[in-house]
Design a protein around this ligand. Sequence first.
Ligand SMILES: [Zn+2]
Ligand SMILES: [Zn+2]
Length: 328
Amino acid sequence: MDATANLEGAFPRDLQEIATTRPIYKGSSPYKKKKQPDKQYSESVVFLDFSSIFSTFGYTNPALRHVWFVKDICGIVCAVFTWLLILYAEYVVMFVMLIHESSNIYSFIHGLIFNSLAFLAISSHLRAMFTDPGAVPKGNATKEGIESLGLKKGEVVYKCPKCISIKPDRAHHCSVCQRCIRKMDHHCPWVNNCVGENNQKYFVLFTMYICLISVHALYMAVTHFIFCVGKDWKACSGMSPPATTIFLIFLIFEGMLFGIFTGIMFGTQMSAVCTDETGIEQLKKEERERRSRWLSIKGVFGHPFSIHWFSPFSTPRFLTSEKIYYSV
Ligand SMILES: [Zn+2]
Ligand SMILES: [Zn+2]
């Protein structure tokens, strides 16, 4: 189907040329569907603006004043499951292993490392989940909206036929969020959100901290298992040997599974950041000009390099500008 054919009647003839949709668009006209209530137009995201509350306390960082939440039941279940897995590891590490270790220094150091990593992993998860990944305003591809761009003759804008938005370069439509997301990498059910321009840093940190916590838990579980066998299962745990064994085996299995999974995910994400290419662009083999590796990394984690790169609480400075937030 000719993409411009879908715009018949929606725009005057002179604007139809520039308000072209992606050529791959197929199906009946979204404008016809708009007349009758359709599922694809229902709002799938909750966007809360706490600006007025925050400004009364003099807080000026706009990045933390908005809450974005995707109403996807599969994603919510996966996100809660992630927290439960971390809680399980926390319980086994603290109450099955460390509390019964013979050395207090060993227990204190490993307890501190594990809890710090768990805290950073959960914080990164929450920020990746509740941060607007870079949503494009919905329904702004109107005649006025396109005219306001002040396009010169021959310039083309892409328009998303699903959310009727002007599609910026590198933006892609997410069918779960039902929005176009700038620099969309993929929609991750584990964080119940898209990974895009604004929250990629938190997602990368989440995969990194989960990988580290998994490797650490794996090390402690194997060490404790050997310790228990050496002590003939006496005074190495407050539970019976079979119960301790089951708890440790589940933790070793969890650590191996998620250590490998998040390790691969972290590697893939870092490679995407270094090559300045999102997962979707890699799949589609889209050709475009790339930024240098260092510039691309700074584009995700912030400028200049500092300890803040590893903190899920620090928002890259370029994201604290009001300009990047849109009214929904
Ligand atoms: Zn869209
Ligand atoms: Zn999405």
